[in-house]
Unconditional design. Structure first.
Ligand code: ADP
Ligand code: MG
Length: 223
């Protein structure tokens, strides 16, 4: 399955989400490739240390993306593509190949309004592919006391994009993670809340990817 983390705005949390998603899927026993499609290459540097078993590739242009993603998809269970922060052919190429687009968006009315423009390319791809990729907005960097307002719900609904119930809170620990080359669940007790919430997002978006708790076999409890 090819999943792209897409929003043609920079600084909204794409790389943070992509690295955590790739590391989480690996921790659930899947074979994962992280395709770093941003010329800044921040997510590939980060994941190499945080989850060295995740395969890393850098795909810098549209042709490479269109050619390589299907091959990578055959080799691994999940390909997580970290998209660029611009409206380029690269973004369109990713959306033409992905099954799911996760769209991180900062939680403010201004940002949600800007999403209409930032998801232009997504709509183009969905138009070409008759609805694919499916897409979901994940609010990133929400304040601790944040309440989802009706305005925000309406704005998301107007874009015909579902909004995930779980979200990422604005926390220093996320900003510290790349410097320590870790994902938040490797960062000890001060990262517990972040670790819980980010995994909650992945359970919500990709319920089938989570390890199923093994069913208790009858008789195994016998003393
Ligand atoms: N939930 C969060 N709380 C605090 N800082 C965050 C959070 N998510 C991302 N950041 C920080 O914000 C900046 C932009 O995030 P990044 O994931 O690089 O966005 P993008 O890939 O969309 O440009 C980075 O410095 C990152 O560490
Ligand atoms: Mg990035």
């Amino acid at each position: 399955m090819i999943i792209v983390v897409a929003n043609s705005k920079g600084g909204v949390g794409k790389s943070t989400l992509a690295v955590h998603l790739a590391a989480w899927l690996h921790s659930q026993g899947h074979r994962v490739t992280l395709a770093d499609c941003d010329t800044q290459h921040s997510s590939s540097e980060w994941i190499k240390e945080a989850a060295p078993e995740v395969q890393v590739v850098r795909l810098d242009d549209a042709k490479e993306i269109l050619d390589q993603l299907p091959l990578l998809d055959q080799e691994t269970d999940f390909v997580i593509a970290d998209g660029p922060g611009s409206q380029t052919e690269t973004s369109l190429a990713l959306l033409l190949r992905a099954e799911l687009a996760i769209v991180p968006c900062k939680a403010s009315m201004l940002e949600v309004r800007a999403l209409a423009k930032a998801t232009d390319v997504l709509r183009q791809a969905q138009d070409i592919r008759k609805g694919l990729p499916s897409a979901v907005i994940v609010l990133s960097m929400i304040g601790k006391n944040y309440r989802l307002t009706q305005d925000m719900k309406d704005a998301a609904a107007a874009l015909k994009l579902p909004l995930a119930k779980s979200a990422m809170t604005l926390r220093q620990i996320y900003a510290d993670a790349p410097g320590q080359a870790k994902v938040v669940w490797q960062m000890g007790s001060r990262a517990k809340e972040a670790a819980d919430e980010v995994q909650q997002i992945f359970h919500e978006i990709l319920p089938k990817a989570a390890i199923r708790k093994p069913a208790k076999r009858p008789g195994t409890n016998a003393a």
